[in-house]
Design a protein around this ligand. Structure first.
Ligand code: GLN
Length: 226
């Protein structure tokens, strides 16, 4: 399985690079071999990846990354059904537009969302409930933008603690195999069940991860964000 970590030199500010390592580790527990491929913003994005990852970033880096992707290199992979996980700035880039350094920037349009300046900077612990996974997920958030879902767009989860997309009570967006969320953590380290969902989507059938620590996650999660 090929895991493509996109522009980590730009989208690495919040440690979201760890999502690739969690996917590789858990795939290994399931007997699936993986390769993590880092792609610089100066290089073309390969079309034959199974999972593509984008992380959070400061505004200037976010614009550079978005410009590099605007040639459509991610669209080809998405059309082939690849899985995409995009965190915060990465999530905003996948939408139709976002604001960075006070300018409106055209996004990739892979998710039907738009991001506008928020009423505050949204910083702190966050807990959401995901109907898709049937569990609460935790992380931390740190963003100035608030994200509005377009007609028919589906959120990733409902907010229990924190802000997510802003004041709307929901976090993120999901469309097919594309997942956007505001949860840093890295989100897959704090919520390994989400990693297993992405692996299953990429594999095309449920991936059974033989994890000796599985029972501990639920208890740990409850303690992390009240
Ligand atoms: N620059 C974006 C914002 O402030 C994203 C921040 C982030 O990725 N944490 O909204």
């Amino acid at each position: 399985m090929k895991i493509i970590r996109i522009h980590n030199e730009l989208l690495g500010t919040y440690g979201d690079r760890g999502n690739a390592d969690v996917l590789a580790y858990r795939a290994g527990l399931a007997g699936i071999s993986t390769r993590v491929i880092d792609v610089s913003y100066r290089d073309a994005i390969p079309h034959d990846g199974d999972i593509y990852l984008l992380g959070g970033a400061e505004d200037a880096a976010q614009i550079l990354s978005c410009n590099a992707l605007s040639g459509g290199s991610l669209h080809g992979a998405v059309e082939k059904g690849a899985v995409v996980l995009a965190i915060c700035a990465g999530f905003q880039i996948l939408g139709k537009s976002f604001y960075a350094n006070n300018n409106e920037v055209r996004g990739l349009g892979l998710l039907n969302v738009t991001t506008v300046p928020g009423t505050q900077r949204y910083v702190g612990d966050i807990k959401i409930h995901s109907d898709l996974l049937g569990i609460d997920l935790t992380g931390f958030e740190n963003h100035g933008g608030k994200t509005l879902l377009g007609a028919g767009a589906q959120s990733f989860g409902s907010v229990v603690v924190g802000h997510g997309n802003g004041e709307s009570g929901v976090d993120g967006a999901v469309s097919g195999n594309i997942f956007g969320t505001y949860l840093h953590g890295p989100v897959l380290a704090r919520n390994p069940e989400f990693a297993d969902l992405l692996l299953s989507r990429a594999h095309g059938s449920p991936v059974k991860v033989d994890d000796p620590l599985a029972d501990h996650y639920a208890a740990l999660r409850l303690r992390l964000v009240k």
